[in-house]
Design a protein around this ligand. Structure first.
Ligand code: SAM
Length: 224
């Protein structure tokens, strides 16, 4: 699945300017420094969340990482078309092909991200396939590495067993703490998580209930 992936050797080698040209002007005004990507949609599929994020947070750069080449190409093209139709639109979101289970520390510095999304990840139902799940103790260590303390991870699935799996692993991991959904009443994202993406729409049409959860990057533990 990783064939043909183009991965930067180190985060500082990533060419963000080609993905977000409006934020990397050739002739920047004095004192201008471009923003960093601080939002990541893991397995972004056809990009429904990215389009929403673009409108909700127009100054924040967001990246979608998608493993399937055709889907990544479709979503990148969708964003290009939206930019072409309306030049003020979608300049702050982009999609690249990448494997979030292998490549995250190549794209992002430690504590670079403040929002991380896992919307309707593949359930890999069979027990023998659980090792392919995008949430696992080893991978949580990587997600915790790229997420800043206080940053938020949003998950949603329509598969109750996968929801329980994700909640269990995040709860057990020292780099994360669960956020009670009631604490996020003013968060515009929470109510949209289950329906904003293509997979969410499919679940809704099938009458399946989205099960959201949110976790916060825990503050670093001070050495004694
Ligand atoms: N988040 C989208 C949505 O809600 O519509 C897509 C959900 S789809 C069920 C899961 C997506 O994750 C697929 O598009 C798949 O290709 C992608 N994916 C699976 N493993 C991945 C990985 N290791 N890195 C990046 N994307 C991955």
């Amino acid at each position: 699945a990783d064939r043909g992936l183009s991965v930067p050797p180190r985060p500082q080698d990533m060419d963000w300017a080609s993905l977000f040209p409006d934020f990397f002007p050739a002739d920047p005004p004095p004192g201008y420094s471009p923003p960093s990507v601080e939002t990541l949609d893991v397995g972004c599929g056809y990009g429904g969340l990215l389009v929403l994020l673009s409108a909700l947070f127009p100054q924040d750069l967001a990246l979608g990482l998608e493993l399937r080449p055709r889907v990544a190409a479709f979503t990148a093209q969708r964003i290009r078309s939206l930019r072409a139709q309306e030049p003020s639109r979608c300049q702050n979101v982009a999609c690249v092909r990448g494997n979030a289970m292998r490549n995250l520390p190549h794209f992002f510095r430690r504590a670079q991200l403040r929002r991380l999304f896992f919307l309707f990840p593949d359930p890999h139902f069979k027990r023998t396939k659980h090792k392919w799940r995008i949430i696992s103790p080893a991978l949580l260590a990587e997600y915790g590495y790229v997420l800043r303390p206080g940053g938020l991870v949003y998950t949603v699935t329509d598969v109750p067993e996968l929801h329980q799996w994700m909640v269990k692993h995040f709860r057990e991991h020292p780099l994360f703490e669960e956020v009670a959904l009631g604490q996020l009443a003013s968060d515009p994202l929470l109510s949209l998580l289950g329906t904003v993406t293509e997979e969410g729409v499919r679940a809704q049409r099938g009458g399946r209930t989205p099960l959201p959860a949110v976790f916060r990057g825990a503050p670093p533990i001070n050495p004694m």
